[in-house]
Write a protein that binds this ligand. Structure first.
Ligand code: SF4
Ligand code: SF4
Length: 282
């Protein structure tokens, strides 16, 4: 079973929930897909045993073969290729914007003159390790690199179907989040009871409905806002799986890179109840 933890906006406590859920389970694998800013390792402190470079194939044009027909520009859905007509060189020129390229291969496949070959560009690394019996995988995107979805796909290639898989998704509702949560059996949306929290929750709910992943809500710091999220959840029949109050001790643990499980015993039973709601065995 794959459970992803997501949130419409950052700072809601998504990683805290993901880490503590993983710590409440046996036979679990943890994938940190927040590759632009992975931080679950700060709490799980895995011993890294494997480190692999991650690449995407980007196009390289053989100018002597290319006749600037423009087909590659037409087929590129990401505006990563511009074919310039005649002035720059005799027949024109092809510009590749490698930072926009998703490495989909369409341009090289559809070039009528076979003028495009693919070259590997390193976009980051994938690291694997163990932390107290939890199999751990995360990706780290190179600084300045814009394309996180291909790296997220490479992290997800390590999904072990024999384990319960917890995916810590990036915040937001854009491509990296969709890439992280698609294929999950369930998604937990972590939010807080404020107008901003509700606004981003509604966007995240629409995203999950579109990609067909069932979901529920965890309401963090539920006692410092209003009842807007509760009302929205009730009206839209979305299960509220857990409510966590604002707690200085939890904030303090977070700042020290410590999980809740093992430090605040009253939460052991709260996370066990959550597992039951998710049909998972502790
Ligand atoms: S499709 Fe091939 S031949 Fe046409 S412009 Fe692109 S690289 Fe050149
Ligand atoms: S590989 Fe895909 S994304 Fe990259 S330039 Fe070619 S068509 Fe565009």
């Amino acid at each position: 079973m794959i459970i992803s933890i997501a949130s419409g906006k950052g700072g809601t406590g998504k990683t805290t929930i993901a880490v503590n859920l993983a710590l409440s389970l046996e036979n679990v694998q943890f994938l940190d897909c927040d590759v632009e800013e992975p931080n679950a390792h700060l709490f799980l402190k895995p011993v890294i045993s494997e480190r692999m470079s991650a690449y995407i194939p980007i196009p390289e044009v053989a100018e002597e073969t290319c006749d600037c027909c423009g087909r590659c520009q037409e087929v590129c859905a990401f505006n990563s290729i511009a074919v310039l007509p005649g002035e720059i060189r005799e027949h024109g020129s092809v510009l590749i914007f490698s930072h926009l390229c998703h490495g989909c291969g369409a341009c090289s496949l559809l070039c009528p003159l076979d003028a495009i070959r693919e070259v590997n560009k390193e976009i980051g690394i994938v690291e694997k390790g163990f932390s107290n019996g939890i199999q751990f995988v995360h990706g780290k995107l190179n600084i300045g690199e814009a394309m996180s979805p291909p790296l997220i796909r490479q992290v997800k290639k390590h999904v072990d179907p024999t384990k319960t898989v917890i995916i810590d998704a990036p915040p937001g509702t854009t491509c990296p989040v969709i890439e992280s949560v698609k294929g999950s059996d369930y998604c937990i949306l972590v939010t807080e009871p404020t107008p901003f929290g509700l606004n981003d929750l509604v966007l995240a709910v629409e995203m999950l409905k579109t990609i067909g992943v069932p979901f529920g809500i965890i309401l963090n710091r539920y006692d410092i806002g209003d009842d807007c999220v509760d009302v929205y959840a009730r009206e839209n029949r979305i299960p509220v799986l857990m409510k966590i109050p604002f707690d200085r001790e939890i904030a303090s643990l977070y700042s020290k890179g410590l999980p809740i499980i093992g430090y605040k015993s009253e939460y052991d039973s709260e996370f066990k109840k959550l597992l039951i709601k998710l049909n998972l065995n502790p």
